[in-house]
Design a protein around this ligand. Structure first.
Ligand code: TYM
Length: 340
């Protein structure tokens, strides 16, 4: 292997606004953990983004550290990946401001997530919710990544990041690498088990349609047994048809992501089975996938000094790269460099 070629860079983040769900694990973290050998990877807890909704401060702090423990438990080796808390690297907020000035009102108004979230939180449509994608662009562009692995719902934000990067580069010359979104083939959109038309979300509501990474096996099994399918029954009812059988398609996606089996293999495996057998099998696959993660995360959560040390090392590594990009940007836009 040619070791002189630098590895490509990957970066992604998750907001610590709720407990991690099976959706964030299968749609995001699982795929990240598989990439460390091939790429130079940066992952962070997007705590500044969490502020766009109201949080209980103590809970936000706890969730941020828990998320770090869960990242590591999900297989993100801190020796091979740079793991950090967004607010520990102040360059995110600073570049976020600059990029706000290069992101158009019209572009921000078209963001689906802004429209959805403002409809859901009509009493708190704050400026941060609106300009959120500029901060997300800063998160990304600071590290000059080649790829940004995200689920389907974040693709639009990564596309806006590309537009902002290109706009800036057109005015000031090459400054930012223009990154590509990297969407997994299976698991990119894990849906709610009771409402297969809406995504499994980590919002605070305790729902029977969403499964948490830290949830106990009995409760996971119960949720899968109750998962919505359709009115078919008997041989051949387990088949992939996203449009007409969204509940079954979602369960097949989950089963495929947990076991590595293709849709054809799954259809063959359950050719003679009804939904009851299939749903239990999916539940068991999920329980076995999450069991080692839950056990390891609980162990790490008890070790606060280890987590603090991880945060410190991660912020130092990330801060070094972020600072290089921010200095370059400040110079290009005409800010006077600080003399120390
Ligand atoms: P967030 O915290 O909502 O979600 C984190 C990641 O998980 C993916 N995801 C899902 N994938 C499949 N099915 C689901 N049901 C599901 N739910 C969530 C999301 O697509 C995402 O990849 N704005 C981002 C956080 C962020 C970020 C960034 C991401 C801030 N800065 C820079 C990448 C790069 C967010 O709110 O993700």
């Amino acid at each position: 292997m040619d070791t002189s070629t630098p590895k490509k860079i990957m970066l992604s983040g998750i907001k610590p606004t709720g407990d991690l769900t099976l959706g964030s694990y299968l749609g995001a973290i699982k795929n990240w953990a598989e990439r460390a050998e091939q790429f130079d990877c940066y992952y962070f807890m997007a705590d500044l983004h969490a502020l766009t909704i109201r949080n209980d401060p103590a809970l936000l702090r706890r969730r941020t550290l828990e998320q770090l423990a869960q990242y590591v438990a999900c297989g993100l080796d801190p020796a091979k990946n740079t793991l950090f808390i967004q607010s520990h690297v102040h360059q995110h907020a600073e570049l976020g401001w600059v990029l706000n000035c290069y992101t158009m009102f019209g572009e921000l108004s078209r963001m689906t997530q802004f429209k959805d979230k403002s409809a859901k939180n009509a009493d708190n449509i704050n400026g941060g919710l609106f300009t959120y994608p500029s901060l997300m662009a800063a998160d990304i562009l600071l590290y000059q990544p080649d790829y940004v692995p995200v689920g389907e719902d974040q693709k639009q934000h990564v596309e806006l990041t590309r537009d902002v990067a290109q706009r800036f580069n057109n005015v000031y010359g090459p400054t930012f690498k223009v990154p590509e979104p990297y969407i997994p083939k299976v698991g990119a959109r894990v849906m709610d088990l009771l409402d297969p038309h809406s995504k499994m979300s980590k919002s605070d509501e305790v729902g029977n349609g969403r499964v948490l990474v830290m949830e106990d096996p009995a409760s996971i099994m119960k949720k899968f047994k109750r998962a919505v399918t359709d009115s078919e029954s008997g041989a051949g009812c387990v088949r992939y048809d996203a449009e007409n059988k969204p509940g079954v398609a979602n369960l097949m996606q989950i089963y495929a992501a947990c076991t590595g089996k293709s849709f054809e293999e799954i259809e063959r495996e359950f050719a003679e089975a009804g939904y009851g057998v299939f749903k239990s099998a999916v539940g068991e696959a999920v329980v076995e996938t999450l069991r080692p993660i839950r056990e390891e995360a609980s162990r790490l959560m008890a070790d606060k000094s280890y987590l603090n040390e991880l945060c410190k090392t991660g912020a130092e590594k990330a801060g070094y790269i972020a600072n290089k990009t921010l200095r370059k940007v400040y110079k290009k836009v005409g800010l006077v460099p600080r003399v120390d």
